[in-house]
Design a protein around this ligand. Structure first.
Ligand code: ATP
Ligand code: SKM
Ligand code: MG
Length: 382
């Protein structure tokens, strides 16, 4: 099933802030996924804002991912410019998902649906991989909404979607205080408009909702070994060391172990033997590090290797994606002489975008600007 962040922000075109600015601000706050909802703007104004937002995201490691609401035409235009959006969300009155899937450039798009009752959530178009369930309650940001479904309806809708392999998203007048009830009802994510845009500190709201999801569904079992994945500068080594201490497990840093094995720093290994030699050593060293429960921080590129992903699964370790924003990671790791693949900003961002699909298959930890100690202690409270 598609993994989604605990909070799914949606733009609000009735606010004075341009939609591309809303998306930039929410991405910088730490949200990996934002829905571009352009209503009630006309098509030209929507296109201008969407194109700007997609181009900016593409230049920043494809962060945040953008899911276009309703407008398959704008998604196709974007794809033609090499800016295919992450997803397309289709309402009951829009194009059928199976048809949207056949549009040029949208074959790899994540398709979402809106469902408002049993007739809709029991039979979602199989071309979709996620769907909204709602409205949880009445909302001022959508005048034409259906009757509120409450927690009981949400639970029924989420169960029906999960049976079809779809990721369920609660929607409709949600506030941070609703998060425990929504996660208990089986939602993977809370879509939010009004409360998020009214929040003085959206990152704090995202953090609170993530905490509620960890409480409802802890991302790992105590005693189980952990593997931290994610880009260079995300903070894997720092968080991993802290988590290991608190969990009373040994800590291993894959980069450090490779350096010990090679008898030289990574930069020297890249310069003398090349990246392929480094990758070979990385793979064989990882298999050795997983021979007993531990917290293991991977290097920025290790999760790309399917053989490494398989060995983590075979040994029963839980992989966790430390989903830092690429801009913050670059600010920390960029042009560090010890990180040979973090020298050029554009190449760093392109690599980040290319690696994200593999990272996003495992549960994510969103740091929202918190210190590693707070991230670790909050995670372990769950
Ligand atoms: N949550 C955080 N808040 C602020 N600074 C952080 C945070 N996490 C890590 N840092 C700092 O960012 C830098 C990079 O962190 P770290 O080395 O842990 O990243 P990494 O993900 O292991 O990178 P690489 O993949 O290149 O090994 C360090 O200086 C660390 O102190
Ligand atoms: O991004 C990468 O591929 C790398 C990240 C570092 O952690 C090291 O593993 C090495 O510099 C390669
Ligand atoms: Mg590291």
């Amino acid at each position: 099933m598609l993994q989604l962040p605990p909070l799914y922000p949606i733009t609000d075109a009735t606010r004075p802030e341009p939609l591309s600015e809303q998306i930039r601000r929410l991405g910088a706050a730490g949200f990996p996924l934002v829905q571009f909802r352009g209503k009630p703007l006309g098509p030209s104004a929507q296109w201008e804002e969407l194109r700007k937002a997609l181009a900016e995201s593409a230049a920043n490691g494809r962060w945040p991912w953008i899911c276009v609401n309703d407008r398959a035409d704008l998604a196709v235009l974007a794809a033609r410019e090499g800016l295919a959006p992450w997803g397309l969300h289709l309402g009951q009155g829009d194009l059928p998902a199976a048809e949207a899937r056949r549009l040029p450039g949208l074959a790899g798009c994540h398709l979402g649906a809106s469902t408002h009752g049993p007739a809709e959530w029991e039979a979602v178009d199989p071309a979709c991989d996620h769907a909204g369930v709602g409205p949880f309650r009445g909302t001022a940001t959508k005048g034409d909404h259906a009757a509120p479904i409450g927690p009981g309806g949400l639970a029924a809708g989420c169960a029906a979607l999960r049976r079809q392999g779809l990721t369920p998203i609660a929607i409709g007048g949600l506030e941070a205080a609703d998060a425990p009830a929504c996660f208990a009802a089986g939602a993977e994510s809370l879509a939010m408009v009004g409360a998020l845009h009214r929040a003085a500190d959206p990152a704090a709201l995202g953090w609170a909702v993530q905490r509620a999801r960890w409480k409802a569904r802890p991302p790992f079992r105590h005693g189980q070994g952990l593997v931290l994945v994610g880009g260079s500068g995300a903070g894997k080594t720092t968080l991993g060391r802290d988590l290991a201490r608190r969990l009373d497990l040994p800590f291993a840093d894959l980069d450090g172990a490779v350096e010990a094995e090679a008898g030289k720093p990574i930069a020297a290994l890249f310069a003398e033997a090349g990246e392929a030699a480094f990758r070979h050593l990385e793979r064989t060293t990882l298999a050795r590090l997983l021979d007993r429960p531990a917290v293991v921080a991977l290097g920025g590129g290790a999760w790309e290797d399917p053989a490494s992903r398989q060995v983590v699964a075979d040994r029963g370790f839980q992989p966790l994606w430390l989903a830092e924003t690429p801009a913050r990671a670059w600010a920390r790791a960029g042009q560090d002489p010890a990180r040979p693949l973090a020298q050029d900003r554009a190449a760093f961002m392109a690599r980040w975008a290319a690696r994200t699909p593999a990272w996003s298959e495992v549960p994510m930890l969103l740091p929202f600007g918190r210190e590693p100690g707070e991230l670790a202690s909050t995670l372990l409270e769950s």
